[in-house]
Design a protein. Sequence first.
Lengths: 373, 340
Amino acid sequence: MSAGRLLALADKEMRHLLRDPRSLGVALLLPVVLLVLYGYAINFDLKQIPLAVYDPDRSRESRDLVESLTRGEHFRLAAVLAGPGEAEAALQRRQVKVALILPEKFAADLAAGRATSVQTLVSGADSLTASISLSYLEAMLQDWWVRRGPAASGGSLEFRRVSPQVRIWYNEDLASVNFIIPGLVVVILMMLAALLTSQTVVREREQGTIEGLVVSPVTGSEVVLGKLLPYVGVALADVALVAAAGALLFHVPMRGDALLLLALTLVYLCAALGAGMLISVHTGSQQVAFMLAFVGTLLPTILLTGFVFPVSSMPKALQMMVQLHPATHFMVIVRAVALKGVGLGVLWPRALALAALAAALLGASIKGFKKTL
Amino acid sequence: MLIGAPILQLFIFGYAVTLDIKHIQMVVADRDRSCESRELVGSFLRSGYFDLRGRVDSPADLDRPLEAGEALVGLYVPQDFSKRLARGEPAPVQLVIDGTDMNSAGVAGGYAAALIAHYAAAGGPAPPLTHQPRIWYNPGLRSMNYMVPAVICMILGTVMTAVTAMAVVRERETGTLEQLVVTPIRPAELMLAKTLPFAGIGMLDVALVIVLARYWFGVGLAGSLLLLLASSAIFLLTTLGLGLFISTLSRTQQQAMLTAFFVLMPSVILSGFLFPIENMPQVIQWLTYLIPLRYFVEIVRGIFLQGSGVAILWPQLTALIALGGTIFALSAARFQKRLG
């Protein structure tokens, strides 16, 4: 492999890039714009969830329960219902997200040590926030029970006075920005990188200029790597802009080693760009290349790589499959370095996997570039 | 490709997407090792929510597994746990939770609190305060029911726009558009000819997804099939129109692709298909009123999950018709100018 030819090809590709300033501009600015837009738009902080309550007992205990539920930042009392039947209407009107129905003899049951239960109604149409709301409610309910239950039952129940002390690490406020922004960076970079490079080789094939390449002495690896270089540059510029935005606008912490993260970002970029290149080498038209890159990166990267939904909750077979996606590993790396401050000592398996994927994708692209027409 | 992609997506997302947190990895530092502490830890493991990842000797050793991402939760039972219980004194136990993924952390915290409360009252004769959740429209909170209809929206809303744009630009790039212009074909006919095939494929995709959703995933259509198909057709107006519009803005396929990406990415994230619009800042919420995908997601979810009809969905349908008509008219006007 000749460095001279490689650099010449990189230079050629760079000139193509520069001749289309609009595309270059979009490629440079788009990631930052998207990060800012989504960073402000995507918010999983379930705070101030509107709650409707039906309390027929109106005893001290029931009022205390409701008050303890709405006192914190998770729920706010949005409606007081006159009857249990009103709950459905309130939910349908989207006035509230959760309805709480207390039993009629709440205090009396507690005092006598009888079993009692509260009912909650949630609309499953918004299943993502519904299950989290229910978890919060359960936690707060039981918390109330452990603290007040003994007193409310007037000693008729024996209690083991276990008191849980919960500490949240790495993201003490459970702020969704700290979770979402690093994830967004991974997703945006993957998509852009794959899209950009997916066009490179196939464009030459469509336009016929590939003939010139084929009859020249350049090898497959020189073509692939030469075409890759300018895009690495563009992508790195993107990374810088996006990292700055994340830190300055959203105050995402950076507790780990920035240089380590930069090095691993470079490996990730090679993998993402390599994926695009692989598509480019094997498709016949830019349209198909774009579709493959878009469909292959958009929804999978958002839904399957741990961006929002935990990988550990997926079926085992799927869990193993997503390990083949570079973003799955980089997602863990970015969050671990930024939020937990860990280094290579902990992250080396993921880093190794990322490097292996990058090598495999680039290698496959090089092999796939056939010097035929 | 256009047929295969929706099917593939449907399969993967139907199975993968879930916020049901199970098999939470937990490490335990039990300094007491008494009957009581074993019972407490045992109750966690028997619940089916927590899996024991490992035991450590001291609370300081809980750091490493959480740092490495091997465990989400660490439970520390101090040495004097059972003694304190016997004396009737408050017996604290410590839970450390990895807060990186705030959803998982919240859910894990909820489960843990419930388990501890049950343990606390298990010493008594009566069962403790219980909580009965009732969930409407999607009783199992099957994320699948939520996601599968959304795939229809994604396919029609994203891929269709892009391929339409690129198809037209490709002709411009290769020069064959000029050849078409000098034929007797009229601009309107050319436009229709370019978009109708994609409209057809789009409708075919919709039908395919509906069938698969019903017979493979068990996600039935609660509402009217006719309404769904009609809404899809209207939505196609907007996406294909958008594709045409993008094609008039671009000289090369790469430009078309990047422009389409620029327009589609915000639409996808802000459409409410994944992230609730109510949680977004006001300014952005207003912006989403201009996104056709937002209305289509509401319509499709409404028809699939709640069986909503025109009576409930007419605002979204009207918005879609209005937006679609405007976009298509604008694109058509621009298209004619570029050609003639």
